[in-house]
Design a protein around this ligand. Structure first.
Ligand code: BG6
Ligand code: MG
Length: 217
């Protein structure tokens, strides 16, 4: 049977949270307030606009619409500086192995990410050719936990949502997968991702037998 396997990018395929953290922290400092790793955790899966809104609220700061746009550009320019230094050594453990196994088994493979930089990152780590479809922050109007990104990804690989499996590291992303009526697989801590159908620390814990079961379910 051909099912759809939809991967989130940040935190599932690559660990970019550390680069988002550096760029947001420098932005916060330039405005005279701090930004902590704990706060950064709360931005996982959150769109760029929503992230800046949260950061400004944490810093008790409001800005004009023009300034808001300028801050987003400033942050993204710094972030892209880190991204452009990435290479395939930054791919998280066993991601290529799982992608190749799915391909060998003729499964649909899509990306479903909130990031507007998704294509650039996949090119840097040389995984872009592994995906049959890429749906990212440029293609959606509603951010996770809205299911739009995953529903669009399913339709791009012509799979019924109920035949799709989503790999996600964020709470908002797991909720989006559940709302799309897809099987949700959390990558990370069970305590955080308890709403997911299954949780694994990383792809090294996901066996080929388990993937075969998902395909045949
Ligand atoms: C998500 C990240 O994948 O993409 C968030 O988890 C990030 O931290 C969001 O804010 C948007 O990313 P970008 O690259 O468009 O700023
Ligand atoms: Mg993520």
């Amino acid at each position: 049977k051909r099912k759809g396997f939809i991967f989130d990018l940040d935190g599932v395929i690559v660990d970019t949270a550390k680069y988002h953290f550096l760029a947001w922290k420098n932005l916060a400092h330039s405005m005279g307030f701090d930004f902590t790793e704990t706060q950064n955790e709360q931005l996982k899966g959150v769109s760029r606009v929503d992230s800046l809104n949260k950061i400004l609220a944490w810093g008790n700061t409001t800005v004009s619409e023009d300034k808001f746009q300028a801050l987003m550009t400033l942050k993204n320019d710094e972030y892209l500086g880190y991204i452009d230094k990435m290479n395939d050594s930054e791919i998280l453990i066993d991601v290529p192995k799982v992608l190749d196994f799915l391909k060998q088994n003729n499964q649909g493979i899509a990306l479903g990410s909130a990031s507007k930089n998704a294509r650039r990152i996949l090119e840097k780590v040389k995984l872009i050719s592994k995906f049959d479809a890429i749906v990212d922050g440029n293609d959606v109007s509603k951010a996770k936990p809205d299911p739009e990104v995953f529903l669009n990804a399913a339709s791009a690989i012509t799979c019924d949502p109920k035949d799709c499996v989503v790999f996600e590291d964020s709470v908002a992303g797991v909720q989006a997968a559940n709302r799309a009526n897809m099987i949700s697989i959390g990558i990370g801590s069970r305590a955080v991702l308890h709403e997911a159908d299954y949780v694994f620390n990383d792809f090294s814990e996901i066996s080929e037998g388990f993937i075969k079961e998902l395909i045949n379910q």
